[in-house]
Design a protein around this ligand. Structure first.
Ligand SMILES: Cc1ncc(COP(=O)(O)O)c(C=O)c1O
Length: 383
């Protein structure tokens, strides 16, 4: 049996050995609570702040603008709920998109229950948000606007600079979920018109259960949990020191090699598509998402006539891990809200598979996997 091939890096990534190495001392010798004033605490605090400084330097912001959280979900929740609940009276509208991650969509639903109006901006067939719809929705009643950097299911990049500029004009805090973008797109917060940005360590070769929320100085944010004064009271609770250290180590490596990695990931994506083009009929596969404005590591393809579940199960039997973008509930896949929002025909939605590339993938293994996909699809669609 060949080695398993992991093509699901948008779900999570393997921990980088350098990140593990950097974290180990904080699971043993350096165990202090960073809030303690004695030497043990000060050592832990120094590591935590060094990690924060390193991440701030990478992101182009000040260390005091970074809040450590438990991951992308908590960062998204804190951004939406925190900004909406801190908004002045009269601003009771939340503007987001139909293709956000559930960490944003379900936070928006909670705000709806709390009496906010929520506007879900539509997207076109490639998953791009309609900028005119955004212009119409972002007005003096908006409390917060949330638009993701790049989509986790199809990879489409959003026009965040244009939408951020509208938010600036109208004085509305702008949140961007950049969980999938970190390490795959240049992010310079000193130049972006963004007030809040979410990140997660385990998508860039860091550990699970640690994330970041960038909150621009002077942006008002209500805390969502209550306790000590850690993270300037924006996110109380003893910090995950080892997690923060591992996050900084992994993000540093991911950002350092950005251009080279992007080119490598693009070549893997092209190699997979070249195999499909060679092995399958032209109408047997169709790529979902934007052809150029997209994250380099995500490839979403529909195989009309083959169901997502069958393709994934057959691939799994061959030791190849891919994904559907959609949520799995009680063993059956719900159709993806992203593909539905893109207005794709049902057949394309029901047969979509997401391949996402990263560390450990090479041309040989991706080509091998693509050939297996083609064989499986031919078998499933044989009439
Ligand atoms: C775009 C996006 N936002 C948020 C999250 C949630 O991040 P976490 O798993 O760290 O809670 C994910 C993870 O799948 C994601 O892809």
């Amino acid at each position: 049996m060949q080695e398993p091939i992991y093509l699901d890096h948008a779900a999570t990534t393997p921990l980088r050995p350098e990140a593990l190495e950097a974290m180990l001392p904080y699971f043993s010798g350096v165990f202090g609570n960073p809030s303690s004033v004695h030497r043990f605490g000060r050592d832990a605090k120094a590591a935590l702040e060094a990690a924060r400084d390193a991440l701030a330097a990478r992101l182009g912001c000040s260390a005091s603008e970074l809040v450590f959280t438990s991951g992308g979900t908590e960062s998204d929740n804190l951004a939406l709920l925190g900004a909406a609940l801190a908004a002045p009276e009269g601003r009771r509208k939340v503007v987001t998109t139909a293709v956000e991650h559930h960490a944003v969509l379900h936070a928006a639903e909670e705000l709806e229950r709390l009496g906010f109006e929520v506007v879900y901006l539509p997207v076109d067939a490639t998953g791009r948000v309609d900028v005119d719809a955004a212009r119409a929705a972002i007005d003096e009643r908006a409390a917060v606007v949330s638009v993701m950097f790049g989509n986790n299911e199809v990879g489409t990049l959003q026009p965040i600079e244009a939408i951020g500029a509208m938010c600036r004009e109208r004085g509305v805090p702008f949140h961007v979920d950049a969980v999938q973008a970190l390490g795959h797109a240049r992010i310079d917060l000193s130049r972006l018109p963004v007030d809040l940005m979410s990140f997660s360590a385990h998508k860039v070769g860091g550990p699970k259960g640690v994330g970041l929320l960038y909150a621009r100085r002077r942006v008002k944010l209500h805390a969502r949990s209550f306790g000590g004064s850690q993270e300037r009271s924006r996110r109380p609770g003893t910090e995950n020191v080892a997690g923060a250290v591992g996050f900084a180590a992994a993000a540093g490596l991911a950002c350092d090699a950005l251009e080279a990695r992007t080119a490598e990931l693009a070549s893997l994506r092209e190699a997979m598509l070249a195999v499909f083009a060679r092995e399958l009929a032209p109408d047997a596969f169709v790529v979902n998402g934007h052809p150029t404005e997209r994250l380099p590591h995500v490839l979403n393809v529909s195989f009309p006539g083959a169901s997502t579940e069958s393709v994934l199960m057959n691939l799994d039997l061959e030791g190849i891990a891919a994904a559907s973008g959609s949520a799995c509930s009680s063993g059956s896949l719900r159709p993806s809200h992203v593909l539905l929002a893109m207005g794709l025909p049902e057949e394309r939605v029901r047969s979509a598979v997401r391949f996402s590339f990263g560390e450990g993938n090479c041309l040989k293994s991706v080509t091998f996997a693509a050939e297996k996909v083609a064989t499986i699809v031919r078998r499933l669609t044989y009439k």
